[in-house]
Design a binder for this molecule. Structure first.
Ligand SMILES: [Cu+2]
Length: 369
């Protein structure tokens, strides 16, 4: 009852204030009620423009300060440095031009605000001014485009120089499979129509192709540091995109065709873990995970940095989980690892002999994503 009475009193007080405001407004009869902006309105809007300028500068500085740490660490591939320089120079130019033009735009918006009696000057054209504001962007853009084309051609030049390892990346909803070309370094022919799950021929390799026998199919990508890799991408079902952010590499995987990308990793996984930006990120993440663990929540195990291959095309409901671990290691570690892997021929031989234990494992791994 007391609560109800309090509410009624509050409502009455609110109505009283509202009525008093109305009476006050009515008593100010001389106040203008025009919809046309006067000098005072224009001045207010001029100052608001300045306030907005300060707001966008402020939010820019805040974002750099607060979110800069979420950018990718140093590139871990040979071409990555060129890619990053191009990106950095483009962003710096955009940033400088944007800072200056926004300041000019807002300043002149204020300076030439509407003032009663002021007339705009009719200004037909000025050849010199037009020349300047055309030629500067032309030179800057031509420079950026030429440099960009040069970098692009260099990155996309996929050739067999420097004895690259040939690796196939096979995309399907929702996992990745990698295939090494084996001792002959030539991938055997493959086609989705030849996929035979019963024989664990999960990538549809042509069993009659002699190049296929020594191919090695794995669910974890190992790469020797300093050695060029030529990737050949295939997709089983829909459009996927092989994205290896730390190596600044991305290529679409298109059903029915083979796409290619090539890079040389320059830091091993161990070396990348020592990178200050990576170490800081691991520390931040593990602090959050420790808090989650203290609350008994899921996904709270300590995290360790690893390179990843992600899918960067929204390919279906489990797209977010379509990833494969990449391990960059020394040549010796890589040799030891690859020597342990079974070739396609060995697996098929076993399949014919009736032992399908290993394929069972591969299948489980494929299905687990
Ligand atoms: Cu995908």
């Amino acid at each position: 009852m007391t609560t109800l009475l309090t509410l009624v009193v509050l409502a009455l007080v609110a109505i009283a204030i509202w009525q008093m405001t109305k009476i006050f407004e009515l008593s100010q009869l001389k106040a203008e009620n025009s919809q046309i902006a006067n000098d005072s309105d224009n001045k207010t809007n001029g100052y608001l423009l300045f306030a907005f300028l300060i707001f966008i500068y402020g939010i820019t500085i805040f974002s750099f300060w607060n979110y800069g740490k979420y950018l990718l660490p140093e590139a871990a591939s040979e071409h990555g440095g060129d890619y990053d320089s191009l990106m950095l120079v483009s962003m710096v130019i955009i940033f400088i031009v944007q800072t200056l033009t926004q300041a000019l735009l807002h300043y002149f918006g204020y300076k030439y605000r509407g003032v009663k009696g002021r007339k705009a000057l009719f200004f037909a054209d000025n050849d010199r001014l037009e020349f300047i504001w055309t030629i500067i962007p032309v030179i800057v853009l031509a420079g950026l485009i030429l440099w960009g084309l040069y970098t692009w051609t260099n990155i996309m030049d996929i050739n067999d120089e420097d004895d690259p390892i040939v690796v196939e990346l096979y995309a399907q909803q929702f996992s990745w499979t990698a295939r090494y070309a084996g001792d002959d370094n030539v991938l055997g022919k493959a086609n989705v129509r030849m996929i035979d799950i019963n024989k664990a021929n999960v990538l549809g390799l042509d069993e009659s192709d002699t190049y296929a026998a020594d191919d090695i199919i794995v669910k974890e990508l190992h790469l020797p540091v300093g050695r060029k890799v030529n990737f050949k991408m295939r997709s089983q079902d829909v459009l996927h995109s092989a994205y290896m952010p730390h190596f600044r590499a991305q290529m679409n995987c298109v059903p029915g065709m083979i796409t290619e990308f090539s890079f040389t990793p320059i830091y091993t996984t161990e070396e990348m873990r020592q990178n200050p930006d990576v170490a800081a990120k691991v520390k931040r993440t593990n602090e959050i995970r420790a808090e989650r663990a203290a609350r008994g929540e899921d996904n709270s195990d300590p995290w360790e940095f690893d390179y990843v291959l992600l899918c960067n095309k929204i390919c279906g409901k489990s797209h977010y989980n379509m990833q494969m671990k990449i391990i960059v290691e020394t040549q010796e570690e890589y040799d030891a690892w690859i020597a342990e892997q079974k070739t396609f021929g060995q697996n098929m031989g076993q399949a014919d002999a009736g032992s399908t234990e290993d394929f069972g494992k591969l299948e489980t791994a494929t299905a687990s994503h």
